[in-house]
Design a protein around this ligand. Structure first.
Ligand code: ATP
Ligand code: MG
Length: 396
C-alpha cells in the first residue's frame, strides 16, 4: 500500500498515530496538577516501565495537556552522566523568563531569575557542567550558598511563588529520571516536599525505568507520600487492537481480524513493537485489507528492523563481558532470574559478577525486581540475544 500514507511510527519518543490505553493516567495527572495549582495537596506521579512501552510519548502528551491549560511546563530529560543542576538551570530560566512577561508575576519571576543566577554561580564550582545565561544579578542570600541541599529548595520555591502569582503551577516533566544520581535525586525530592508542605504550586511528573521506584525510596523514604508510581506497561488486547486498527481506518484502509490477532500475539502488546509490526504489515500488503499472510511476511521484516535498531543500539553500548552476562540470563529464559543461577551459567561466583551486574543496572539494561533477582529492562531482549549470540561461545 502507499508508503507515503503509512501511519505507523516506530522510534524513540516518536508520537504514535493513536496513543492507546493511556487516558486514565493522563486524567490522573491532569487532576493532580490542577489541584496543585489551586494550592490543594495531591500526589504527583512517577511513571515506571520497560524500554519502548511509551513513557516518553506519554510524558510529552501530558506536558502538552498541561500547557494547553496554561500550566508552566518545564520539560527535561536526565542525561546519563550529567548533573541535575546542569539539566535544570537552562529550562528553568526559560520558564522564569516566560513568567516574567506576565505583568502581575513579573516581580516574583525576576526574583526567581536572581535566585537562578545565585544558584548557578555558587554551584558552578561543584557542578562544572552548569551552562546557563544569567539575566539578572544574584540577590545575596538567595539560593547562593553553594550547597545543593539548601539552594535547590530555595530556587524551586522562588519559581513556584512566581507561578502562583501568575495563577498557574510550574511542573517539571522529567524523563529518564533513573539517570539522576541518587544523592541529587534525594535533594530534588526533599525540595519538592518542602514546596508541597508550603503549598507552593510546583511539582514534578516523571518517567523512568522500573528501578526508579527503589531508587527514590532509598533516596527519601517519604517519596511514596509525594508520588505514586503507576506502571506503564504493554497494552491489553483491546488497546493494542485500537493502536493498530484506528490508524489504518483513519487512512481509509482496513485490516482483517486474524491479521490483528497475529500482530497482538507477536508483539505481546508492547507499543514499540506494535508500531514496528503495523509499519511492516502496511508495507507488505499490496492492497487493503491487510491480511494474515501480509502480517506473516511482515513479521520477518519487523524482527529484522528491531534487531537493527531498537535492540542493536542497546547491545552496542555493552562491553564483551556484559554481553556474556546478559546472554547467560537469556539462556535461562525471559526472567527474572536469581543471581546464583546466572553465575552458574558462566561458571563464576556471584560476588565476582557483582560489578558487572551493577554496571548493567547503571546502564539501564537490567533491574532488580526483588533482592537477588535480575530482569531485563528491554522486552523480548532474551530472544534477541539468542539470535545475535547463537551457539555456545559466550560460555568461555
Ligand atoms: N499508547 C501507545 N499506543 C501506541 N503506540 C505507542 C503508545 N505509546 C508509545 N507508542 C509507540 O511506542 C514507541 C516507543 O515509545 P517511547 O519512546 O515513548 O517509549 P519509552 O518507554 O520512552 O522507551 P525508552 O525507555 O526506550 O525511552 C514509539 O514508536 C511510540 O510511537
Ligand atoms: Mg523514553
Amino acid at each position: 500500500m502507499d508508503p507515503v500514507r503509512n501511519p505507523f511510527a516506530p522510534g524513540a519518543g516518536t508520537p504514535p498515530p493513536e496513543l492507546a490505553g493511556r487516558d486514565e493516567l493522563r486524567e490522573r495527572v491532569r487532576i493532580a496538577i490542577d489541584r496543585i495549582r489551586l494550592g490543594r495537596p495531591a500526589k504527583s506521579v512517577l511513571m515506571v516501565g520497560l524500554r519502548g512501552v511509551g513513557k516518553t510519548v506519554l510524558l510529552d502528551q501530558m506536558c502538552d495537556d498541561a500547557k494547553a491549560t496554561g500550566i508552566q511546563a518545564i520539560r527535561l530529560e536526565a542525561p546519563e552522566g550529567r548533573s541535575l543542576p546542569a539539566m535544570l538551570a537552562p529550562q528553568l530560566r526559560v520558564a522564569l523568563l516566560q513568567m516574567s512577561r506576565v505583568e502581575k508575576a513579573k516581580e516574583l519571576a525576576e526574583r526567581g531569575l536572581r535566585a537562578l543566577a545565585g544558584f548557578a554561580r555558587a554551584l558552578k564550582v561543584k557542578f562544572g557542567d552548569i551552562e546557563v545565561g544569567l539575566d539578572l544579578e544574584p540577590e545575596a542570600g538567595l539560593a547562593d550558598n553553594g550547597d545543593l541541599e539548601q539552594d535547590l529548595p530555595a530556587l524551586l520555591e522562588a519559581a513556584g511563588e512566581a507561578a502562583k502569582e501568575a495563577d498557574t503551577a510550574a511542573v517539571l516533566f522529567v524523563d529518564e529520571l533513573q539517570y539522576v544520581p541518587e544523592e541529587q535525586l534525594a535533594v530534588l525530592i526533599a525540595a519538592l516536599h518542602r514546596c508541597a508542605q508550603r503549598r507552593v504550586p510546583i511539582t514534578m511528573v516523571g518517567a523512568g525505568l522500573p528501578q526508579l521506584r527503589g531508587l527514590t525510596g532509598r533516596a527519601k523514604s517519604y517519596a511514596e507520600r509525594l508520588f505514586d508510581f503507576p506502571e506503564v506497561g504493554p497494552l491489553g488486547a483491546a488497546d493494542a487492537r485500537r493502536a493498530i486498527v484506528k490508524p489504518i481506518l483513519d487512512e481509509e484502509a482496513a485490516i482483517e481480524d486474524p491479521a490483528v490477532d497475529r500482530i497482538i500475539a507477536e508483539t505481546r502488546g508492547y507499543p514499540y513493537f506494535l508500531q514496528e509490526w503495523g509499519k511492516h504489515a502496511w508495507e507488505a500488503a499490496k492492497h487493503s485489507p491487510i491480511t494474515l499472510t501480509d502480517v506473516e511476511a511482515a513479521s520477518r521484516a519487523a524482527v529484522a528492523a528491531l534487531d537493527g535498531s531498537f535492540f542493536r543500539v542497546r547491545f552496542d553500548r555493552l562491553t564483551p563481558f556484559e554481553k556474556r552476562y546478559l546472554r547467560a540470563m537469556a539462556d535461562l529464559g525471559p526472567g527474572p532470574h536469581r543471581s546464583g543461577n546466572i553465575a552458574d551459567r558462566l561458571g563464576r561466583k556471584v560476588t565476582a559478577l557483582a560489578p558487572t551486574r551493577n554496571q548493567l543496572i547503571a546502564k539501564g539494561m537490567i533491574w532488580s525486581p526483588a533482592h537477588g533477582d535480575t530482569a531485563f529492562t528491554v522486552p523480548l531482549f532474551d530472544e534477541f540475544l539468542k539470535r545475535s549470540m547463537p551457539g555456545d561461545d559466550w560460555r568461555q
